[in-house]
Design a protein around this ligand. Structure first.
Ligand code: FMN
Length: 215
């Protein structure tokens, strides 16, 4: 097949700027201010982020997940613990998140150690989900090969019947949160002529050291 030339797709950046002087000294506060703006501008899925893990074969793996809470303790998302990412994080408890907020010409990269969230936190979030999503968590053997879609439909019917008339659906033991405890957080703001601003916070002991990196 002839190669498809897409090199001419090009965007100039330049709606914002970032410096060591104008960021907050606390990267979580800085993230909060950027996240709020992203949510205002981009709405739902401003919390969509690429989760990168180390594959069981040592090769990288990336996929999108939804950030569900963040605090000084870290950045959390929910998933199936038996999924590929679940197994990878069990095996190698390091991961990164990459946000891209296109309308703001911004990227945030977060890297750190990972652990499962407290089961009480997972229970609380699970209980807040719509009924269909709670049943979906039981239904899908995430990341496993299945013969066809009927496998999911049959599983769904099975769990709908199982929990019929039952208001409270228990959280599956294989489903819950992971929290990334950040060690490095980078904020990127697009600038003209590809001379973008990159401000990185690196944890040294209990202090965040702030540096500017070349784009
Ligand atoms: C917008 C978007 C949001 C997603 N959110 C999640 C999520 O929060 N948790 C999750 O397990 N998978 C989520 N997924 C699906 C994952 O990208 C992925 O397909 C799935 O988790 C299986 O990944 P794995 O086989 O690497 O474990 C989302 C996908 C998209 C496109």
């Amino acid at each position: 097949m002839a190669s498809k030339q897409i090199g001419s797709i090009r965007k100039e950046y330049g709606i914002g700027e970032l410096s060591k002087e104008n960021v907050n000294s606390d990267p979580i506060v800085q993230f909060e201010s950027w996240f709020k703006e992203a949510y205002e501008r981009e709405g739902e899925e401003a919390n969509a982020t690429t989760l990168s893990t180390i594959g069981l074969d040592g090769h990288p793996e990336g996929r999108i997940v939804l950030l569900k809470f963040y605090s000084e303790d870290g950045f959390a998302f929910y998933t199936n613990y038996n999924s590929m990412k679940g197994q990878e994080l069990e095996n190698h408890a390091y991961a990164s998140l990459t946000f891209h907020w296109k309308t703001l010409e911004r990227q945030v990269r977060i890297r750190g150690t990972v652990e499962k969230t407290d089961p009480i936190i997972s229970d609380d979030y699970f209980d807040s989900r719509p009924r269909e999503s709670r049943i979906g968590a039981w239904t899908s053997p995430q990341s496993q090969e299945i013969a066809d879609r009927s496998v999911l439909e049959e599983n769904e019917l099975f769990y709908k019947n199982k929990f019929q008339g039952q208001e409270c659906i228990p959280r599956p033991p294989h489903w819950g949160g992971f929290i990334i405890n950040p060690q490095k957080i980078e904020f990127w703001q697009g600038r003209a002529s590809r001379l973008h601003d990159r401000i990185v916070y690196q944890l040294e002991g209990s202090d965040w050291k702030i540096k500017r990196l070349a784009p």
